[in-house]
Design a protein around this ligand. Structure first.
Ligand SMILES: *Cc1c(COP(=O)(O)O)cnc(C)c1O
Length: 397
């Protein structure tokens, strides 16, 4: 049984703050400061270039990948970290398209995060005018798996509403129709029980700064199924994905297995910070995290609906069909969220009218939910958001 009182004690959570935004940026593991500064002083400082071998920096991308693999149901040795998620989306999509060369359509949905769609648009433009990105409503994906679709590229959880796709059944249907799948786990890794191997997923990508708590700018990850990894051609064929980077050959030859999805030098300092978050993840089972997350979300929904009738639920009511976030529509949602933030309840706002709250069992418990609900009720029923200073938008919302 996972001990969430213990895990909560391992995060730095500022006094007076209820942090319901771990779906955008997880909090700081207390051990990260020492772990990173020890590495800087003892490894970077003393070992310098020899740290790549002596401190194992080069292996970190796959070592950390294996620790993430456990959390997403991936086979060991099939996840590698590095770069940002947008880059990993490009890489996965490019490789997936080449596995299905007679077809030219990428199918996605309008609940996908814009960066994924932008990366697809950029890639397809480079590939030529025959290629098309087809974006449909999330509920219409299955019926749009037509004979011209090469790749189905979906983000499992809708970043605005928290609606969760059924990975297993959509992947099975895609395969039946000859379609390769790319799943973005940005809002599912560390949030729900993902079973990549059991779902027969082809490619998956995700980031580590949201639910996984790796810190701002923490590296992304990519998964390639064992059935494809020896065949896939990396479109971003950087030197560290080469079979023998230090042979300095002039021609690219892909590395063995998942190593070929490396591009350049790994972000060692960021990986060190992520390691401390994964030490906490090692203490829990995803089944327990999922069960507790549904309990916290259900509690928040029932309390908010009972006390704030002007907020309307934007997320699925059924916990099994929802990620680890709850969203409400509210016309003055931006100002209301600023008023909540001023009172220490940190959620975020997504245009046009979504107030979004993330629930993360590692450091949020029932008493946090009840304390947050009391503040939401005060702000909404007393119109405390209706002040000019809450209507000024910053660069990041
Ligand atoms: C957060 C998120 C991103 C962000 O990509 P970065 O390259 O890490 O900035 C991309 N896609 C999805 C689905 C996301 O949720």
């Amino acid at each position: 049984m996972s001990d969430f009182t213990k895990t909560k004690s391992l995060f730095h959570l500022p006094e007076g703050m209820i942090y319901l935004d771990g779906n955008s940026l997880g909090p700081l593991p207390k051990a990260a400061c020492d772990h990173v500064s020890d590495m800087m002083r003892d490894e970077w400082g003393k070992l310098l270039i020899t740290g790549w071998n002596k401190a194992g920096w080069m292996q970190m991308s796959t070592d950390v990948g294996d620790r993430i693999a456990r959390l997403i149901g991936a086979e060991p040795g099939h996840v590698i970290t590095g770069d940002t998620l947008s880059i990993k989306v490009y890489q996965a999509l490019a490789s997936a398209l080449e596995l299905n060369p007679t077809r030219k359509v990428v199918l996605s949905d309008n609940g996908n995060f814009p960066s994924d769609l932008y990366m697809a648009q950029g890639l397809l433009k480079s590939l030529g005018p025959d290629y098309e990105l087809r974006v449909v409503n999330p509920e219409d994906v299955a019926e749009n798996l037509t004979a011209d679709v090469a790749v189905m590229m979906l983000t499992e959880v809708d970043y605005r509403t928290g609606r969760l796709h059924d990975m297993k059944s959509l992947t099975a249907l895609a395969h039946e129709k000859g379609v390769i799948t790319v799943w973005d786990l940005a809002h599912t890794a560390g949030a729900t029980q993902v079973d990549l191997a059991g779902s027969d997923a082809d490619f998956a990508v995700g980031c580590t700064y949201k639910y996984l708590n790796g810190g701002p700018g923490a590296p992304a990850f990519i998964y390639v199924s064992p059935k494809h990894v020896a065949q896939v051609r990396p479109a971003l064929s950087g030197w560290l994905g080469h079979e023998a980077p230090f042979a300095f050959d002039l021609d690219y030859r892909p590395g063995t297995g998942i190593e070929r999805m490396r591009v350049g030098t790994p972000p060692v300092i960021a990986l060190k910070a992520l390691e401390t978050a994964l030490d906490i993840w090692d203490m829990v089972e995803m089944a327990d995290v999922r069960a507790k997350s549904i309990e916290l979300c259900d509690l928040f929904i029932s309390e908010v609906e009972a006390r704030c009738p002007t907020l309307t639920l934007a997320s699925p009511r059924d916990g099994q069909k929802r990620g680890s976030q709850v969203s409400f529509h509210f016309a003055d949602g931006f100002a209301a969220m600023q008023a909540l933030i001023a009172r220490g309840v940190i959620g975020d706002f997504r245009a046009p009218d979504i107030m979004r709250f993330g629930f993360t069992p590692l450091y949020i418990d029932n008493s946090d939910v009840m304390a947050a609900v009391a503040i939401v009720e005060d702000v909404i029923t007393n119109n405390l958001w209706d002040r000019p200073e809450y209507k000024i938008m910053g660069k990041v919302t």
